[in-house]
Design a protein around this ligand. Sequence first.
Ligand code: 13P
Length: 255
Amino acid sequence: MRKKIVAGNWKMNMNYDEGLELAASLDQYFSEKAPSGAEVIICPPFIHLAGISQNLKSGNVALGAQNCASEASGAFTGEVSADMIRSTGAEYVIIGHSERRSYYNEDDSLLNKKTVLALNSGLKVIFCCGEIKEEREDGSYFEVVKRQIEKGLFPLAAKEMKNIIIAYEPVWAIGTGLTATPDQAQEMHLHIRELVREKYGTEIADKLTILYGGSCKPSNASDIFSRPDVDGGLIGGASLKKDDFTAIVEAMKQT
Ligand code: 13P
């Protein structure tokens, strides 16, 4: 069985106090209603990580960062290293989110460098991929995602792949209210799994957790999660509201 995951990407939202409060209320919720069968991860801004980490008591909510530096340490003003993230108690880091790719020009080779550093620091990587609207429309989406995976991940050794989670996030569905249909998500997730199977073999491909992200909400989560190659979600906007996020986790538990 593959690990099922629902991860919340808070993006640049929530002041420190608000973030502590949301994390504490989720922790409380999942201490009473354990997300059995699904792992719950929250990915707040960097400055929240240490404080939230100290306050998580249930053991049912894991912590991740949204990005990490492309260098290990040193004179890189304003950057936060993978080692620093790990030292807060965070276990995950999102790498290659489309907002990092497009607004901060992060390309495939830089993302591979970050991925290697994160893995070396003991973090698990949620590696994002996905096509933009024009690529969906011109039919090149399978090729685009293939390139992102091959360049970003395939330099990794098989044992490193075990600490990778892939998130398919069609850019046209992020924050737009448009969602990939369950069929569109399934066919891309299968495509990704087959790419991984060809490169790393069946065991690694079958164990790989592949998340869907893009306007996932309580009303559409169970439909999307019901597909065989969709192993959970990476949730943006709806992860900022406790009731929505917990409802999405409940939808995952029921699949
Ligand atoms: P939304 O759920 O707000 O569309 O964001 C998805 C996302 O980018 C998660 O990383």
